[in-house]
Write a protein that binds this ligand. Structure first.
Ligand code: ATP
Ligand code: MG
Length: 344
């Protein structure tokens, strides 16, 4: 039977990249999977602290992230929703995996370099004892592997930026199983059609929660006015017309891709480039902003309802129930792992 696992960091309200690349897929899987498929979705707070966080802000973000999962349509009676730190087995398995994980492999991962704005060829030992690279940021992929493997996930829906980490998770399975026997399950990656949504301010960067410029991303709870103003200020180029040409017009082509993902008729960016060829950029952007607003408005409404009715008690109640189910799922694996390693 299938087990779906995925996670999102509580580092801000999810944006269109998170939504189109991952969250929308989570809901689709909930709607289309047979009852025998286990669905497990985590707010990965232990990952969030691999870069500096303000503790009060992190608490707020955790609650907001939980509310967004409910707002997009995840049903806590069908999908297990929980905070990663409520299930200590994630950290325990991470430690065990780290004893068979390769430093060399981790050194080649790109995320720790991009989070610290370091060049691609940086070694983890550059910078000596004053290095800005912390052990937790470096070993992030091992914790992510543990998140997945502790639930024996068979499929993991993520954006393309996580493909590398999924590959590493499979490597962790190989290493562990080689040492201790065939106990862990190798997960498959599920990529959505919108596998890499780009920043509105730089078509060569992915849209991110943690980028310093809030105009680079549209949040799934943004108001129509906010969406309008962010789209209007989105980077374009000096040609005041619409055409789909990713090579020469990356910024305008990104906007066409966004429109395509939200197009009720499901037209491709190429088709939309032809449909809107006669619009100037201003009118095209207005159309795009209206399309996004109308598709996000039910999510925004539900989010506001959840946040308004909730004084913290409802989300706390739902998360406790989810955490209990997730602990049960994780414990089943940990019993096998501890036995195999000789810890029992
Ligand atoms: P941060 O900047 O804090 O890392 P993030 O925007 O990268 O935040 P994550 O919580 O790290 O978001 O990732 C949650 C999920 O969203 C992952 O599956 C990731 O692959 C996906 N995702 C993130 N950004 C994009 C994007 N621009 N396009 C498509 N998918 C994305
Ligand atoms: Mg990220």
């Amino acid at each position: 039977d299938h087990v779906i696992f995925s996670g999102i960091q509580p580092t801000g309200i999810p944006h269109l990249g998170n939504y189109l690349g991952a969250l929308q897929q989570w809901v689709k899987l909930q709607e289309t999977s047979p009852a025998t498929t286990k669905l497990i979705y985590s707010i990965v707070d232990l990952h969030a602290i691999t870069v500096p966080q303000d503790p009060q802000q992190l608490k707020r973000w955790k609650r907001e992230a939980f509310a967004t999962l409910l707002a997009i349509g995840l049903n806590p009676d069908r999908s297990i929703l929980f905070f990663q730190s409520s299930v200590p087995a994630h950290s325990e398995l991470m430690w065990i995996l780290s004893t068979t994980a390769s430093m060399g492999y981790l050194s080649r991962m790109t995320q720790w370099k991009s989070k610290l704005s370091l060049p691609e060829d940086t070694s983890p030992l550059d910078g000596g004892s004053k290095s800005k690279l912390k052990l937790g940021l470096f070993s992030y992929p091992v914790l992510q592997a543990a998140d997945i493997l502790v639930h024996r996930a068979t499929h993991v829906p993520v954006g393309e930026d996580q493909s590398q980490h999924l590959e590493f998770s499979r490597e962790c399975v190989t290493n562990f199983n080689h040492a201790y026997g065939p106990h862990l399950v190798a997960p498959k990656t599920i990529l959505s059609p919108a596998k890499r949504v780009m920043s509105l301010q730089d078509p060569h960067l992915k849209m991110s929660k943690s980028h310093s410029d809030p105009r680079s991303r549209i949040l799934i709870t943004d108001s129509p006015e906010q969406i309008h103003s962010k789209i209007m200020s989105a980077l374009t180029d000096s040609t005041n017309s619409v055409s789909y040409d990713p090579e020469n017009r990356p910024a305008v082509s990104n906007l066409l891709q966004l429109l395509s993902h939200f197009d009720p008729q499901g037209r491709s960016p190429e088709e939309l480039g032809v449909v809107y060829a006669n619009l100037n950029l201003r009118n095209f952007k207005t159309t795009l902003a209206e399309t996004i607003s109308s598709q996000l408005s039910p999510i925004r409404k539900r989010y506001e309802e959840v946040m308004a009715e909730d004084d913290g008690a409802y989300i706390d109640h739902v998360q406790r129930k989810g955490a209990a189910k997730a602990r049960e799922s994780a414990e089943a694996t940990m019993a096998i792992v501890r036995e195999a390693v000789g810890l029992y």
